[in-house]
Design a protein around this ligand. Sequence first.
Ligand code: ZN
Length: 565
Amino acid sequence: MAAAVVELYSEAKPTIGPTIENGFYYDFDDLSITKGDLAKIEEKMRELLKRWAEFTKKEVSAEEASEHFKNNPYKLELINELAKENQKITFYTSGEFTDLCRGGHAENPSKEIAKDSWKLSTVAGAYWRGDEKNKQLTRIYGIAFHTKKALEEYEALMKESEKRDHRKLGKELGLFTFDDDVGPGLPLWLPKGAILIEELEKLAKETENRAGYERVRTPHIAKESMYLRSGHLPYYEDTMFPPMEYEGEKYYLKAMNCPHHHKIYAASGHSYRDLPVRLAEYGTVYRHEKSGELFGLMRVRMLSMNDAHIYCSEDQFADEFRAVNDMYLYYFKLFGIEKYQMRFSTHGPKKLGEKYVDEPALWKKTEDMVRQVLIESKIPYVEVPNEAAFYGPKIDVEVWSAIGREFTLATNQVDFAVARRFGLVYTAASGEEETPLIIHRAPLGTHERFIGFLIEHYAGAFPLWLSPVQAVVLPVSEKHREAAKTALAELRSAGIRAELSDATESLGKRMREVKLKKAPYWLVIGEKDVAAAAATFESRDRGPLGQVSIPEISKTLSTEITARG
Ligand code: ZN
């Protein structure tokens, strides 16, 4: 692409162009183009590609490299850095085009790269090296696959995800909104969105009660001293909102629930007989995200997290970790999440005491236990060495939506350092004081991210138990209004979230509206139905169900809701 661009626009200066997931990009200075110019560049690429039979590698000195790129300050900057770090400087040439490049290419592009398995997708602005103090460059994105079929599948997926975009559907279904006066990244949940939240919290509470969790509540602000103790300050200060001064103290909005829970654990004495202690809270945290990085519900400044901390002894760790995994699997099944994976980040033994807490035995023991549980529960996982958190192994949970898009939902962590910083202890059977291990877990992630995921996963057509509106009652005309209101009252008294679609518009128009809003069930009440104290019953997912009595409908829905079918 860079070769084609410089042939077409001789003044354009190529800067950096890496491969990315599903394709590549390249940033250029002195290039002013629009999306409309991409076809021309693609055409030139196809023309060049025919003639490119190889990439020739040449190792060059810094002087030679600088001479070649003397008119390109960006390449010169890169060459200087390579020279400073004593790294090899290599050029690769194909056709007339030479680039500064580390290498890693197709052997014979003209043969290996199908002419129709790639495409240029967009043009965007990008700062040199991502720093907004630098000059803005022109970035061209491309998508590239091995075959034309794979490219087409990817494009179909992108089109489908556009239709399922949580920002678009969130608006159409009346779930959430943002307001300038409230501030960017701070979602306002509308009544229908609040129902989703309440249903998810109900689910979490029921599941966690069964699993022996206890619920706690914590304030949204805390003094600087606590975050210094937890280590969030000064290390994560730039992810937190700036502090407020109050009564001569600095207070911070909480960015993590953990330290608050640790204080609750510390508030009473614990013996080995009380362990594990499992403290749960749908806790709201506040994070400073750059305004340019905010994105719908996916990147926000306020998050409500399905949080809990488990304080246990080393002996209990494997069972506790297994139970946490089982909870994930239960949720995946419930939400029809068929593809998932755990990304298990372990420590790097060479960096003990520097990047990782200096506890070699504990690292080995917990990592072995985590690995063992993952293998036993047959959870697909990948192990990533040297990416653990400072204080223990980390497990990122990745799920794929119904259309195959990946989301990182939550991070689980094992922590064997912070308990000491907070002086958390329990009395062991021996009478000695011991430090508990801590598991941080959040299977449903945050409301914001999880609901964003669910909107895409279900394309807004939520299962009955989760649907903000579960059934719509439609009288055929004004004459049937009273019967419709009676049916509505009966459904509502059974705890079903039913709505009336009043006969002010034609039935056809109202039906279209019901389908657009993705209601799981609707009841049409006409002459025949009034006489039979029934409705013509239809399901979004199963189609027409015929004439059914109102009590029967009420029973069907209640059963399905209770079962979270
Ligand atoms: Zn935590």
